[in-house]
Design a protein around this ligand. Sequence first.
Ligand SMILES: Cc1cc2nc3c(=O)[nH]c(=O)nc-3n(C[C@H](O)[C@H](O)[C@H](O)COP(=O)(O)OP(=O)(O)OC[C@H]3O[C@@H](n4cnc5c(N)ncnc54)[C@H](O)[C@@H]3O)c2cc1C
Length: 399
Amino acid sequence: MMRSNRDWDRTMATADSLDNLAQIRASVRALCTRFPGEYWRKLDRERDYPTEFVAALTDAGYLAALIPEQFGGSGLTLIEAAAIMEEIHASGGNGAACHAQMYTMGTLLRHGSDAQKAHWLPAIASGELRLQAFGVTEPTSGSDTLSLRTSAVRDGDHFIVNGQKVWTSRAEHSDLMLLLARTTPREQTKSRTGGLSVFLVDMRLAQGTNIRINTIRTMMNHATTEIFFDDLRVPEENLIGQEGEGFRYILSGMNVERILIAAECIGDAKWFIAKATAYAKERNVFGRPIGQNQGVQFPISRAYAQMRAAELMVREAANRFQAGHDCGAEANMAKLLAADASWAAAEMCVQTHGGFGFAEEFDIERKFRETRLYQTAPISTNLILSYVAEHVLGLPRSY
Ligand SMILES: Cc1cc2nc3c(=O)[nH]c(=O)nc-3n(C[C@H](O)[C@H](O)[C@H](O)COP(=O)(O)OP(=O)(O)OC[C@H]3O[C@@H](n4cnc5c(N)ncnc54)[C@H](O)[C@@H]3O)c2cc1C
């Protein structure tokens, strides 16, 4: 038996929050039993969106976990939100279909005006408005966000947006998009990071005319797209915070994104480890369970130890965020270590299952493809390593 999550949670929580966490975990697990492997397999085969699953999470209030109660949200902590995502993944599901609804609104919550928050957050909390799309990455700039080219040029009380984004996930299942665009040409900005602004774009009216969306098929079922903006008019009341400060606002939201996605990786790793452990006990070859061979046991034990270590960093990052401390280094390291742990567990799980690891009906090959993404998105491993080198270790800036 693997240790229970309650044992793991005990290391971090007070008695009250421990009960709350245990309840959240149990109810998310119960919800996920309604969406078993066959559900995800069928969607994966057809590259379809898990509409019913997302609706169930929305109805239960989980996607509004981080929206304060005054705006109609569940007002949970980041530690609790991370437990939700972890449980979805540990149950064999995939929260990537909707995780952005949980955190993308953070930019609005932290940097929006009172009027913007009162206008948008209650509808986002209820799920009436889906804020699932986050438009940062562009084809020519890639990881070098400051080189992005999509422009937003002021025209009276509007901004006119032109350009292209790529890998904008869930855009076809979203009413709103958080968009990062250049409002001042780079050569005219005073600081390296200035001149970018964040907008809340209402995509409902503009689709097909000023916004064109193309689906990108990927190795896993991810509902990701490329988007073209052609003279899209965005009212100035949809500018979040101050013009030119957008990069800073986006960065402040990225810690939460990294921590939640790291929690998903921890959930994936737990799923792979549980699956491999069960199979190693029941599969008999040469007249004994394969799990009796140390050559099979050790990779499972190693994956478990690696997952536990990464889990501690995820909790450290979430606790620091919750306490209002700087958590940039911990959030980045949590994402790095958890993505490595889930990828190592995925590899181990395939190997433990022999040929059956490749069979669709075992779900392992699907989860293997799904968890591979987190070596690259939302930030690639190399970029995290260079963050640690520069910001934690004080090594010279490399780019
Ligand atoms: C399925 C999927 C969904 C996504 N969803 C979204 C989304 O919703 N919104 C969004 O904005 N983006 C999204 N992304 C984009 C994602 O954040 C980027 O793919 C990621 O940040 C890497 O950028 P890139 O693909 O342009 O790679 P590049 O920047 O071109 O990098 C390519 C490789 O070179 C390495 N590299 C680049 N520069 C350096 C350097 N200086 N030092 C060392 N190594 C370097 C990188 O680590 C990487 O391995 C998604 C991507 C995928 C695949």
